[in-house]
Design a protein around this ligand. Sequence first.
Ligand code: UT7
Length: 335
Amino acid sequence: MYTSKISGLGSYVPENVVTNDDLSKVMETNDTWIQERTGIKERRHIKKGDGNSTAKMGVKAAKIAIERAKLTNEDIDLIIFATLSPDMYFPGGGVQVQDLMNMRTIPALDVRNQCSGFIYALSVGDQFIKTGMYKNVLVIGSENHSGGLDMTTRGRGVSVIFGDGAGAAVLTRSEDKNRGILSTHLHSEGAHAKELSLMGPSTEHWVPEIIEENPQEDIPYYPYMNGQFVFKNAVVRFSEVINEGLQANSFTAADIDMLIPHQANLRISQFVQKQFKLSDDQVYNNIQKYGNTTAASIPIALTEAWENGKIKEGDLVVLAAFGSGFTWGSAIIKW
Ligand code: UT7
């Protein structure tokens, strides 16, 4: 029986910084509201012509992760690509990464689990390694939110929160049972699918139909979020799934060296921190700089925490996410 360890991490965010004041020039919002409700000060948005896309940002993050793992593209056996904002309706971003990185004909798998996308992708990669099928799996989370947000006052409840970026991890086979990914825990509750969703264009909601159903709206295919309902579910599910992971490995909250929550809202992270009685240096947050980057948020934060020396050999690292689906999950890692 093998385990997977994270052998390399990388991240990439576009250069273009969009502050809360910048947003207040195009919609009715303000820095105080955004910071008080979400903790966000600024986020990154792809700028037209800057050469970025969901797949291309994923590639930039992946190259760093592979180099840090001291591997080459030739060593990667499988690509798992998590996003809710692919460059194309189909195929998914995984095959674009495969092509851009000249990775022979290795398989590319797309994961569509929104904010939980990276944890789901990590879990899938971990299973492939545990069974012995693959040795090195490249897991990417990447999002181009700015390409599809309603940047008018109508969309402000959603648009101020989300940012662009990518993060990547290389999972490598290890024979040390006590290190690496100890367990992953995944859940979903499709009854609340519509509470945080983008209904169309899709086969059920094609463009002409949407326009017919919403004659008053000019472009009605933007993300919808029932913010308070999502918030209330998030705080409960985050706690549940972290506890589930700790219990499965006979740990308690006191054993956590670093919790990296999906960067949904600083208030959600602070609530979870309080519930588990963790100090500020046991929780890593960077939503202040990047906003919510959905599937990219955990690998970006994990990479930054590692780069800043906040994760050391032997540390117990807990990853947890909740989001659209609803889907949620956690990963318990002995570094
Ligand atoms: O990552 C996936 C998971 N996502 C989440 O976990 C997000 C969870 N939800 C949240 O983070 C919060 O619900 C939000 C940050 C989205 C919203 O915060 P809230 O405290 O729940 O505010 P609200 O939606 O109840 O809105 C309060 C008021 C409303 O005005 P009225 O009706 O009280 O007059 C909104 O119209 O704030 C107004 N508002 C804004 N004002 C200024 C909404 N968006 C904005 C804005 N700027 N951007």
